[in-house]
Ligand binder design. Structure first.
Ligand code: NAP
Ligand code: ZN
Length: 351
């Protein structure tokens, strides 16, 4: 075992603070990374503050962070696809059983025994896994991704969660040219959803509560922007969408969006608010509409997404911060004040 520097929260009401954690020594299949950048996902905040306690209670201390880009410093004897010095990335998953139906289908994100990057039982070391707000991490090679050349690394880190969580449902629901697609909420996930839906050729409409984001939404690829608190503007789109991706992190009225779907339209929730959302049966019955959810994506799909981003030069729009500013970043996330992802420069943890 070795020690690593990290930022951890000691309790739901505690700010994140400097901490020391243990990392395992790399086994034959392991890759050790020096972490260069880690994105700040709203899930980090939900977990640090135990907002998902009903489903996934937080074990403290918690070290969040699942949007990791780093440099390989050591590989185990059975690792052929990486060598010391390579750039590599880790997302929301660090292990799965490899034997269940989901794993056999290449869908590790549905494995009942998957290990999340943080706040998940650590089958090797005991305790729970610790995430990317840290200077290093050791991960099984099956869950380590290749980083395409030439991408900005600070903007690449958020692809590992915000990127794949939007890419996967857009692909699954067949978003392409000729489809009218809504993206609700222009935060970390939302702005990647807009970039991907635009890149796939769809007509993209952004729904935002922040009038100040309208111009950015267009620059990011939106064809139209609707202020969701303007009932008249919403009504103009009634019954017209093929697909809507809802990325909102807080309580909100999903029925207002269900009513915008056309016949057989689908709305997929990726946002995961603390409290249950009320759904009107009529919003689904009329138009035979459906409401679904989607978690991250598989390892293979994450690599596909990264390669797509490499080919098209896509990264997240980031505000790079030192780790010492992470508590401030959480406060700003709650005010929807991020353009459009915080990316922590981990050099700040080493200095
Ligand atoms: P974020 O950057 O904070 O963005 C959330 C956006 O939602 C805000 O920018 C804001 O957009 C909108 N919003 C916030 N509060 C609102 C309210 N009260 N009413 C209406 N709109 C509101 O968060 P994120 O990192 O993108 O994450 C979004 C959600 O997805 C979180 O719940 C997160 O835990 C979840 N998530 C899920 C998965 C998955 O696998 N399904 C993966 C990652 C994250 P506007 O300013 O444009 O209105
Ligand atoms: Zn995330």
């Amino acid at each position: 075992m070795s020690t690593a520097k990290a930022y951890a929260a000691a309790g739901a009401k505690s700010p994140l603070a400097p901490s020391t954690i243990q990392r395992r020594d790399p086994g034959p299949d392991d890759v050790r990374l020096e972490i260069l950048f880690c994105g700040v996902c709203h899930s980090d905040l939900h977990t640090a503050r135990d907002e998902w306690r009903a489903v996934m209670p937080t074990v403290y201390p918690v070290v969040p962070g699942h949007e990791i880009v780093g440099r390989v410093t050591q590989v185990g004897s059975a690792v052929a696809k990486f060598k010391a010095g390579d750039l590599a990335a880790v997302g929301c998953l660090v292990d799965s059983d490899g034997t269940c139906a989901a794993c056999k289908d290449g869908c590790e994100q549905f494995c009942p025994n998957m290990t999340l990057t943080y706040n998940s039982p650590d089958k090797r070391l005991g305790g729970v896994t610790y995430g990317g707000y840290s200077d290093s991490i050791v991960v099984d090679q099956r869950f380590v991704l290749r980083v395409p050349p030439k991408l900005d690394l600070a903007g690449t880190a958020p692809l590992l969660c915000a990127g794949i969580t939007t890419y996967s449902p857009l692909r699954h629901w067949g978003v392409k040219k000729g489809k009218k697609v809504g993206v609700v909420g222009l935060g970390g996930l939302g702005h990647m959803g807009v970039k991907f839906a635009h890149a796939f050729g769809a007509h993209v409409v952004v729904f935002t509560t922040s009038p100040g984001k309208a111009e950015d939404a267009r620059r990011l690829g939106a064809d139209e922007v609707v202020l969701s608190r303007d009932a008249g503007a919403m009504a103009k789109h009634a019954g017209s969408f093929d697909f809507i991706l809802d990325t909102v992190s807080a309580e909100h009225d999903v029925n207002a969006y269900l009513n915008l779907l056309g016949r057989d339209g689908n709305m997929t929730l990726v946002g995961a608010p603390e409290k249950p959302l009320a759904v009107s049966a009529f919003g689904l019955i009329f138009g035979r509409r459906s409401l679904s959810g989607s978690p991250i994506g598989s390892v293979a799909e994450t690599q596909e997404m990264l390669d797509f981003c490499g080919k098209h030069g896509l990264t997240a729009d980031v505000e790079v911060i030192p780790v010492q500013k992470v508590n401030e970043a959480y406060d700003r996330l709650l005010k929807s004040d991020v353009k459009y992802r915080f990316s922590i420069d981990m050099a700040s943890l080493r200095s």
